[in-house]
Every structure is written in C-alpha cells, then in structure tokens.
Ligand binder design. Structure first.
Ligand SMILES: [Zn+2]
Length: 357
C-alpha cells in the first residue's frame, strides 16, 4: 500500500514567532518545554537527555566507546556521533543526520523524536515545535530535488547482454508497516520475504548481482530506496508491495509503472518505454503461473523514481483476501511468486537482446 506511513505521534507545526523551543511529553501528560534547540544543516537539534527525561529515562555516555545508550522496552538503544543509525536489538534505525555535540551536549536531529521515539518507547509521544522553520517546506523540496537528481538514467545496452544486475525494493520497513492483515501479517515483512526469494532465484539462475534497498526491517527515505537502482550496471528494478482492503473480496496482482520515461532529456509516454514492456512480461509470466493479475497501471509513485530504468512496482495481492493472504504468507507461495517474477524479468531481458541483434 502506498500511503505514507503513520506514526503514533502528535505533531503540531505552528508558525509561532517564538524563539526556538519544543514541547515534549508522553501523550496525556504535561509537556516539558525545551528551550535549547539548535538549528544546523536544515534541521533542529535537541539534547538527547532533554528528550528522554520527560519519559523518566536517563541515558549514559560512554566516553571510551563514544556511544550513548539508554534502556527501552525494545532493548538497549545505542547512538553515536559516528553513526547515522540508532541501534536497538538487532535493528538499525536511520536518523536524518548524525547525532552531534553542540555546546558540550550530545544532540539528535528532530526526526529522532518524530520518527523513532514512539516506536522505541512503545508509547505515543506528544511533540510540538514552537518555532518550526519556515524553511521546512523548502527542505522537503530539497529532498525531492536530490531524489530527482538521482535520475535512473541508463545507457542503452550495446547488444548481446542480458540482465547485468537487478535492484529489488521491498516496500516500507521499520516504523512503517505498510498494510496489515487482520491476523497481524505486515506488508513490510511479506515484501522482504518475497524479495529474498527473488534475490535467490536471480542469483542461482543468472549468477548476477542483486541489490536490495533494504535486507532487514528498517525504514528508508525515498533517496535510499532508489540508491541500489542508480548503480550503473542495474538493468531493472522491481519494487514489492501488498495491499489491504476493508472487504475480503478484492484480490489479485497489480503492476504499476511510471507514466512517463526520460531518455537523455527526451520525455516519452509509458507506452513507448521499457517499464511497460517489463510490466507486460511480468503480467504474462504471473498469469501463466496461475496468479490472478488485475492489470497494469500508470502512476507517478515516488518509489518508481524517474528516468528510463525499466521499473515496475508490484502490488503482489491483498492481505485482506484469504487466497492472496495464504499465498503471500506461505513459503511455497512466495517462492512461486518469485519464480514467476523471475520468468518475466528473464523474458524481458531476452526480448531486449533480440531487439539489439
Ligand atoms: Zn506498500
């Protein structure tokens, strides 16, 4: 499901002309006001001690290891100025920027509170930035800019070669579960499991490198999602998702491609592009393997990026439909799905080879 992920955090962005300050508290309690807020590199930094103290948590700085650790219901969380990730249990949760010492206190970027804290503490967090920068929307635009700078522009293959490498993007991850089934099955897990099956088939059958946008359960920003696809040798990208409906009836696989493609500055409609060709091959292989294919759709979705890299987002079925659910959660069903996707990728590559001869 492609909706933006939801976080149990109350985030009020009010353009008050106050000095930089934030309010933070466990939801339903009186918020603490933190006045020491630093604006650096396009984001607010707040001392980690000031963030944790309203929750009755005190962390510890290890001056030898250069790490800061604190106890959470999910295990000990560790952060460090040397790393852009918060490590908790076996997971690495990404921060927008690395923690840093400012005026002798370790401070973390604001997104630590908005994106990670509710999950780390398993609680709802009240957070309010009393003086959010007017520049915030500009920052969003900058993120988009950098994403769009990551043009998935590929040289036309010089004939004879099949797929050199494939990028796989298991949707969602981390706090972002994606769709959920009534039994708690999460889209992010299903997407990763099928990606691993497909990775194995591609490596075994073609012996080519396969790059996953994530190989564990963590969140990615839009740019991180597309980075594997931007590698020069990658000849196709498949993004894997699953949907859920309030009703049990909707079912089947949907294939989604970007509406327009760009070849060296030349914009063409999807109908003339390789993404649609790849989608058709995938659809055919899936149908031949007995999977219900609902159709091919055009949509300007962020995970599809832009450029001319053959890219298809596969909505693999509905977690809310009993048959789709069984197939998506069963190892054999996932393997069959991966085999069919492999066949489609391979047929697409063969057709490309033919055309180059
Ligand atoms: Zn999704």
């Amino acid at each position: 499901m492609m909706r933006p992920w939801l976080v149990p955090v109350i985030l009020l962005l009010l353009a008050l002309p106050a000095a930089a300050a934030v309010e933070i508290a466990p939801e339903g309690t009186r918020p603490a006001v933190v006045n020491e807020v630093y604006w650096q590199d396009g984001t607010h930094f707040i001392a980690i001690d000031d963030i944790l103290s309203p929750f009755g948590i005190s962390g510890r700085w290890d001056s030898v290891r250069h790490t800061y650790s604190f106890t959470t219901p999910r295990g000990t969380a560790i952060l460090s100025p040397g790393s852009q990730f918060v490590k908790v249990g076996g997971r690495f949760l990404p921060l927008g920027q690395r923690p840093r010492f400012i005026d002798n206190r370790l401070r973390v970027p604001e997104d630590f509170i908005t994106r990670l804290l509710p999950d780390l503490l398993s609680t709802s967090v009240y957070y309010r930035n009393l003086a959010p920068r007017a520049a915030l929307p500009v920052d969003e635009a900058t993120t988009l800019d950098s994403l769009f700078a990551l043009l998935l522009q590929k040289e036309q293959p010089q004939g004879g070669t099949g797929l050199r490498a494939v990028a796989l993007d298991p949707g969602h991850g981390g706090l972002d579960n994606g769709s959920m089934a009534a039994d708690g099955t999460r889209e992010k897990d299903v997407a990763l499991q099928v990606a691993r099956h497909l990775e194995r088939v591609l490596k075994m059958r073609l012996g080519i490198p396969v790059y996953l946008s994530r190989d564990e359960d963590y969140a990615l920003n839009a740019q991180q999602r597309l980075e594997p696809a931007a590698r020069p040798e990658v000849d196709a990208m498949i993004s894997l998702h699953a949907q859920a409906s309030l009703r049990a009836e909707p079912r089947g696989i949907a294939l989604i491609v970007r509406p327009r493609e760009e070849y060296d500055g030349l914009v063409i409609e999807a109908a003339q592009g390789n993404s649609l060709k790849l989608a058709r091959h995938l659809g055919r292989s899936l149908e031949q393997a007995g999977f219900p294919v609902a159709g091919i759709y055009l949509a300007p979705l962020l995970p599809l990026g832009r450029g001319n890299l053959p890219t298809v987002l596969v909505e693999m079925g509905y977690l809310s439909n009993p048959e789709d659910h069984a197939r998506l959660t069963d190892g054999a069903g996932q393997e069959a799905l991966a085999q069919a996707l492999f066949a489609g990728l391979n047929n697409f590559a063969e057709e490309q080879k033919e055309r180059m001869r």
